[in-house]
Ligand binder design. Sequence first.
Ligand SMILES: *Cc1c(COP(=O)(O)O)cnc(C)c1O
Length: 457
Amino acid sequence: MDSIDTRTLQQLDAAHHLHPFNDNAALARRGTRILVRGEGCYVWDAEGNKLLDAFAGLWCVNIGYGRRELGEAARRQMDRLAYYNTFFHCTTEPTVHLATKLAELCPGDLDHAFFTNSGSEANDTILRLVRHFWAVQDKPEKSIFIGRHNGYHGSTVAGASLGGMKGMHKQGGLPIPGIVHIDPPYWFGDGGDLSEEEYGRVCAKRLEDKILELGPDRVAAFIGEPIMGAIGVYIPPRNYWQEVERICRRYDVLLVADEVICGFGRTGRWFASEYYGFQPDVMTLAKGITSGYIPLGAVMFNDRVAEVLATKGGELAHGYTYSGHPVCAAVALENIRILEQERIVDRAGEEIAPYLAERWRALGEHPLVGEARIAGMVGALELVPAKPKREFFPDRGRVGQLCRDIALRNGLILRATNDTMLLSPPLVLEREQVDELAEKAWKSLDMTARELGMAVG
Ligand SMILES: *Cc1c(COP(=O)(O)O)cnc(C)c1O
């Protein structure tokens, strides 16, 4: 594709395509980046640039790009039976197999799947079905969801309301009633002088205080991302989730883990609830479930919730045309088969993550980096104006974007949220690619610092 073609495509894109999470006027001026090909941990753009994708698309391409087996699985299922619904007492073979496989993989008694097309829809499903779960047990007033400020649970009305992004709430009159938020654990911004363990307890206590303020009889569930992704990879203290679990049990509040990013190996374990050692009652899945090759989401319910929904719930007045789509299920099964057979999750956790952590933490020595944090295959760098203080740049977001653009010119894709650089590479990252990533990241930090007029070595 030559550059004239690219420009034409960019003009057509600006004329006819409204992009999500973009300033579309700015985008039109600048021109969209058009990606054309992917292989392993690399993607190529229309200008022929080869980029190391240290963000796995959007936290999702866990098995890496270019695995033909997934396309072949889709093709086989399309040829055999391209579509059938799961309403009206029907299902298809791959859908049954996928539900069974997810029950086997997910921790504890999370053995019952409800299928959706996305993480957002899965969280909408949770809001409705969890409220229904309490209502059919004569507790209709036990309906409030507690989420967290700056959490991300998707972009639909319920998803964005469960999330705690102020900018999202401002558009469209959110949050909807019956959803409240508490502060999340964010040690870099909020931890003060507390030890990790003390801070973990303080943050969990925010949940207990909120439950008591509202009254336990009115609280249906607590929802959280085990590691908060979109806001900037907030990695909680080790004890936080076990404390949260203890509090939820104490007040009979359902614990919902949104594992859309963390699930399918991101932490080096299959699920972050295993990484942190807690047992959710309900789990949200999407992204890595198909490594992004095709859209699919799922809610996993435990025995208690599923049994009430099945025996007392009556007809569930909820579902999507494509719930349990056979082609998506076939692709998910093939993705999971590859993750298992090639030991991709174990290998990432045991062999690559420790080395990645070593190289990533070393970036913390750069004058521009106030903190380098990482858990398994997901991490962040906090860019700061001066060390060693934990401090933010005054015009938040400018330096992060600058660093992201410079990294891109250096052939490295990192995401920026505010002035936090985010890392979430494909799980198939090799040792040499860790080196490449670390070298390109350091070089990009140097160039960013120089552009800001900071003294660097
Ligand atoms: C991406 C994401 C979602 C939303 O998933 P979509 O497939 O984009 O609807 C929900 N929760 C978390 C934690 C996410 O990162």
